[in-house]
Design a protein around this ligand. Structure first.
Ligand code: PMP
Length: 362
């Protein structure tokens, strides 16, 4: 609508307009209950119906097999960096990390505190612009798991297919491409994601975990990090982030109504192709450093040939109601995050602006 901006932020990020309007209409009095979702007991029948529907819609969306539990947790994806080794391995167990950007690196550094974590490949020397071929990977023979970040939000590097762990399980941080395309969940031991990019507000983290991996936490594991506690209590051991879970539920309904993740992926591909080709066809005025085959459909980093124009670019775009285009402080340049909820019209407007800006400044 007229009074909304196109928000290219990496997260918290733009949400579907119809979801926001639905939440608005239900905010004051949720479906005749006489109260807002924010005021409900998490153990009352109203909220139970909300969390159960959210879980079952997510199961349908991602086709999650019954051997997997879905947990709605707090603490952000960052908390999972510690929870994963604490739940799955002993302090002396080897585990492998494939590091394709800053988030994978953060996950590794946290895991080192609770396991014998090893980086088996890092893209750091190439400024995190690629993903290695899986055949040549030297995995530790006894590694209990292999961890990847499926989409590096800052560097814009996305796995298009997945390695297999030699002797353990595969674990993926999908925070920034969760529900952006179909995923074969059965290839993974754990998939986890903070909600605040593709599926809701910040405050809830979704963990999809194969049930046989639950129940082996290290003795020192805080109760809030123990998957068994949360699985046994259907994510209601303590007060969950009720309103966030409700919002995620509305987003899942919306994604199903769009025809599911195959349809969503088609839209995401179309938006990304439009933006990447504008960059690639700009005669070097704009440049994306990421290797073409692994460019993210969600986060598009790009630089300007003349970096002195970057501040003007951001300022002029904001004047045209396109905000949050500045790249992450660690890499500079620009970044357009074009999650599920970014409409095609937003990307079209950005591309038109980029062409016009180039014409004025080339
Ligand atoms: N992993 C990835 C890929 C991310 O993009 C982020 C957040 N930007 C995180 C982890 C950390 O998530 P949180 O802020 O929810 O802890």
């Amino acid at each position: 609508s007229q009074d909304r901006v196109f928000n290219f932020a990496a997260g918290p990020a733009t949400l579907p307009e119809n979801v926001l309007l639905k939440a608005q209409s239900e905010l004051y009095n949720w479906r005749g209950s006489g109260m807002s979702v924010m005021e409900m007991s998490h153990r009352g029948k109203e909220f139970l119906s909300i969390i159960q529907k959210a879980e079952s819609d997510l199961r349908t969306l991602l086709n999650i097999p019954s051997e997997y539990a879905i947990l709605f947790l707090q603490g952000g994806a960052t908390t999972q960096f510690a929870a994963i080794p604490l739940n799955l391995v002993k302090p002396d167990d080897p585990v492998d990390y494939l590091v394709t950007g800053s988030w994978g690196d953060k996950a590794f550094k946290e895991a080192k505190k609770f396991s014998k974590a090893k980086v088996i490949w890092s893209g750091k020397s190439d400024n995190y612009t690629r993903i290695p071929s899986f055949e040549g990977l030297e995995q530790s023979p006894d590694a209990k798991y292999l961890h990847i970040c499926a989409n590096e939000t800052i560097h814009g590097v996305e796995f298009k297919n997945y390695p297999t762990s030699k002797n353990g399980i595969l674990i993926a941080d999908m925070s920034s491409n969760f529900c952006s395309k179909p995923v074969d969940v059965s290839k993974f031991g754990i998939i986890y994601a903070g909600a605040q990019k593709n599926v809701g507000p910040s405050g809830v983290t979704i963990v999809i975990i194969r049930k046989d991996l639950i129940g082996n936490a290290q003795e020192i594991t805080p109760i809030m990090l123990d998957y068994k506690i949360h699985a046994d209590n259907n994510s209601l051991y303590n007060t969950p982030p009720c309103y966030c879970i409700y919002m995620c539920g509305l987003v899942f309904e919306d994604l199903l109504a769009q025809g599911g993740l195959e349809e969503v992926e088609k839209k995401n591909k179309k938006k990304a192709e439009l933006l990447y080709s504008a960059i690639d066809l700009s005669n070097g005025f704009y440049r994306c450093p990421v290797e073409k085959s692994v460019r993210s459909l969600m986060n598009v980093p790009f630089t300007l040939e003349k970096p002195e124009l970057e501040a003007d670019f951001v300022k002029e775009a904001a004047k045209e109601k396109m905000i949050q285009l500045k790249g992450h402080r660690s890499v500079g340049g620009m970044r357009a995050s074009i999650y599920n909820a970014m409409p095609l019209a937003g990307v079209e407007k950005l591309v038109a602006f980029m062409k016009d800006f180039q014409a004025r400044h080339a």
